[in-house]
Write a protein that binds this ligand. Structure first.
Ligand code: KG4
Ligand code: ZN
Length: 340
């Protein structure tokens, strides 16, 4: 047990959620997320609007995180922030804020890779949640990424498969848009899928070699399927919405599970974790649970609030790096493209 309490403030601003979290020795004391509703009307994130909203949100969100954690900024030991990948304008807000606060408080600054954070969120101390032992496989499934990562240590990760076009979250969002659902469509697709028949409609799975993924063909197939059916029946979407959602979700989950099976076979690793916004999906969660009995896997599914973008995952990486004394300097810059 640590003799001293280490408090880390985590800041996340890579896309359209402004978030701040306070962590004490691996435990989350607060995790405040301000989601930007402004993008809904545009059917996707508008980068310029996102950075403006981050500017407005960052001070009150950090303030609220400290308040809920019941500590003052003077008690913080370090500030961790998302360096990338993400939207540059959005990242700049969090990065500049974190740098100034660390400078003002004279405490270490810690840069965090957003995609590593989605994976390392599994190391947050949470009752009822186990931490994966090394090595394990992590599938990051979000609005911007779809990767299978071989994780050999906290900071030793290798991408062994990834999407060659759209991310899986985009597959949900873009097909949802075709059906007239609001952005981001993933959560509503999920809700409707639970009320529909996953075998009502069949969509062909893409043929991509090895551990890579492709989702853009599926989106086009769905578009043609809907257009053709609307010609016959203008009410096709309304009459079959739940079944369409269930069938799309079923196809997407099969694509993900097929690749995970190959990855597990190839590496001989049976500890499988998921992370990123799409890991909130009820279908992928139950498919993974079922795989425990079917394939002898041990699976790690994040607590719901640590799936979509949040600063708790940034704070835990901050804590892991703090223990190793891996700090950034004031020269560090935000990076839109940052590899795992
Ligand atoms: O990780 P995240 O919050 O942001 C990125 O880094 O992209 O992921 C957002 C993505 C969106 O595409 C959203 O539609 C999807 O996660 N998502 C879901 C669910 N909840 C969020 N997709 C399917 N089912 C859900 N329940
Ligand atoms: Zn994310």
């Amino acid at each position: 047990m640590p003799t001293q309490n280490i408090y880390i403030l985590g800041i996340e601003s890579s896309c359209d959620d402004t978030s701040a979290s306070v962590l004490c020795n691996g435990k989350i004391l607060s995790n405040v997320v301000a989601s930007q509703k402004i993008h809904e009307v545009y059917g996707g994130v508008v980068p310029e609007l996102a950075s403006r909203a981050h500017l407005q949100n960052i001070v009150p969100v950090v303030h609220e995180a400290l308040k809920r954690a019941n500590i003052s900024s003077k008690e913080l030991n370090a500030i961790a922030f998302t360096q990338g990948p993400g939207l540059l304008g959005s990242l700049l807000v969090g990065t500049s804020f974190a740098k100034s606060l660390a400078l003002g408080l004279q405490i270490p600054l810690i840069d965090v890779n957003h995609m590593q954070a989605h994976i390392l969120a599994h190391y947050i101390d949470e009752e009822g949640f186990n931490k994966p032992p090394f090595p394990f496989l992590a599938m990051t499934i979000s609005g911007g990424h779809t990767q299978i990562v071989l994780v050999t240590n906290y900071f030793e990760m290798e991408v062994i498969g990834e999407t060659i076009d759209d991310a899986v979250g985009e597959a949900f969002d873009k097909s949802g848009k075709i059906l007239g659902l609001n952005y981001p469509a993933g959560p509503e697709m999920d809700k409707r899928a639970q009320l529909g028949n996953p075998k009502a409609f069949k969509f062909t799975k893409p043929k991509v070699d090895g551990l890579n993924f492709s989702f853009s063909g599926l989106k086009t197939a769905i578009l043609y399927f809907i257009q053709n059916n609307l010609k016959e029946n203008p009410n096709f979407i309304e009459e079959h919405l739940n079944d369409i959602c269930a069938s799309i979700q079923h196809t997407i989950i099969n694509i993900l599970m097929d690749k995970l099976k190959i990855a597990s076979k190839q590496t001989g690793i049976n500890h499988i974790a998921i992370g990123g916004g799409v890991s909130a999906n009820s279908g992928i969660r139950s498919a993974l649970k079922a795989a425990e009995n079917k394939y002898g896997w041990t699976t790690y599914i994040p607590k719901f609030e640590y799936t979509t973008d949040n600063a708790a995952m940034i704070a835990i990486v901050g804590y892991l790096k703090y223990q190793e004394q891996i700090f950034a300097t004031q020269n560090i810059a935000a990076k839109a493209r940052l590899k795992i």
